[in-house]
Ligand binder design. Structure first.
Ligand SMILES: Cc1cc2nc3c(=O)[nH]c(=O)nc-3n(C[C@H](O)[C@H](O)[C@H](O)COP(=O)(O)O)c2cc1C
Length: 191
């Protein structure tokens, strides 16, 4: 029987009129459609303060609820999908803030970087910094991802694409690869 995998989608925009949430909803729905488990880690929902102490640095009885709630999700996840736009060619600050709170939770689990933009370039310039960061956190990034230009023209507010066949083909390319790694890396108990 196919193992149900747990994916954590890590999103970084806290803007009032943010668009990337459409892409996040799409990825979340596709994971559920594939009969796996998906969690969205949304900084607007959790409202993490700017980093002072990492999760590991807290007295475990005094961890703020938001920090603990996200830790639980990351800890049980088998793989991570980082969803990012470019803010001046770099990832959004809330995404970097979120990722830096945690460490062990990422260890030896694969990640995938999916980027988007409102314009033509699909935010691909944040691939490099996010790949470096995920590697350093111990979560090797896979070679594929989904890269979405012109997001507002191609996806509606519910995350439904105008061209679903095309979107699904592009989703499947990275998702199959990510599942392969997640099954391999998280299938057995770690030593
Ligand atoms: C502070 C800021 C910087 C931006 N810098 C870039 C950029 O370097 N390259 C780019 O293609 N788009 C850039 N954009 C446009 C974003 O692609 C677009 O606003 C996108 O919707 C941002 O994602 P969000 O809506 O989920 O926050 C920038 C937007 C903002 C708010």
């Amino acid at each position: 029987m196919k193992r149900k995998l747990k994916f954590a989608i890590l999103y970084g925009s806290t803007r009032r009129k943010r668009l990337g949430i459409r892409f996040v909803k799409y990825l979340h729905d596709q994971i559920l459609k594939n009969k796996h488990i998906s969690y969205i880690v949304d900084p607007l929902q959790y409202k993490l303060p700017l980093l002072d102490r990492r999760f590991d640095d807290f007295d475990k009885k005094k961890v703020p609820v938001a920090v603990k709630s996200i830790q639980k999700i990351l800890d049980k996840a088998d793989a991570f999908i980082v969803v990012s736009a470019e803010y001046n060619h770099m990832p959004p600050p809330a995404l970097i803030n979120l990722l830096n709170y945690y460490y062990k939770e990422f260890d030896r689990k694969p990640s995938c970087i999916c980027t988007y933009s409102v314009g033509d370039f699909a935010g691909v310039r944040v691939q490099s910094p996010l790949r470096s960061l995920m590697s350093q956190l111990g979560s090797p990034p896979i070679k594929h991802g989904m890269y979405q230009p012109n997001l507002s023209k191609n996806f509606d507010e519910k995350g439904i694409p105008n061209h679903s066949k095309d979107a699904e083909e592009r989703f499947n390319i990275f998702f199959k690869e990510l599942m392969w790694y997640a099954n391999l890396l998280t299938g057995k108990k770690k030593s």
